[in-house]
Design a protein. Structure first.
Length: 211
């Protein structure tokens, strides 16, 4: 058994290791374009999904949530949107970073004691990533980043479009004859529809906060 330790500073290292293990020519795996983006949600994107989860509470089960939100709204934001350079990542307070480091060191020790072959630097499991070490955050600072007052319009639009796309791809259809209402929606521009959804979301948020 072999344990491969990922290196966040060298993303080409993992493909090279697998090429070696599988006796493949150098560059075969690294040269393959991924079918889907592997980026994480930004802090505003995650905040939008978290708010939506809170609104849905326990009224939406996983059979509905997975195609519409997880594989609809979230995938649409990740796959079809490039965040602005200044859009913050999800912030992790320093206490959580230190806890993860402690767990990483414990895991590294257990792996070393197990006698398995280790590929990579096992000590990386117990180190604070450079970007976090350079800017440790208090719980208050992390909360301020993770709970922004506004979400980028493009992220909101992608999420809405992704939810609709997820519904259509999984066979969700209107019940009954919508008649004039369906024609009204058909003739309304996407921009106007987004405005309607935004107003309704704002009203619901205000009712929940009591304002």
């Amino acid at each position: 058994m072999s344990v491969i330790v990922l290196d966040d500073q060298d993303h080409s290292w993992q493909p090279r290791v697998f090429e070696s293990l599988l006796d493949l020519p150098s560059g075969v795996i690294e040269g393959v374009s991924p079918g889907r983006s592997n980026r994480s949600l930004t802090a505003p994107e995650a905040a939008a999904i978290r708010r939506a989860n809170e609104m849905m509470d326990k009224h939406v089960d996983w059979l509905i949530y997975e195609p519409l939100i997880r594989n609809g709204a979230i995938v649409a934001m990740v796959e079809n949107r490039t965040p602005d350079p200044g859009e913050p990542r999800i912030a992790i307070p320093d206490w959580a970073v230190q806890h993860a480091v402690e767990q990483g060191r414990r895991a590294a020790g257990e792996i070393a004691d197990s006698g398995v072959r280790v590929l990579g630097r096992l000590e990386l499991l117990g180190q604070v990533p450079e970007r976090m070490a350079a800017n440790p955050l208090t719980p208050e600072e992390a909360t301020a980043i993770n709970e922004p007052a506004a979400v980028p319009l493009e992220a909101f639009a992608r999420a809405v479009a992704g939810t609709v796309d997820g519904a259509l791809r999984h066979g969700v259809r209107p019940i009954g004859d919508l008649g004039a209402d369906a024609q009204l929606v058909k003739e309304t521009s996407a921009k106007d529809l987004l405005r309607v959804v935004a107003r309704r979301t704002k009203r619901r948020l205000n009712r929940r906060s009591g304002s």
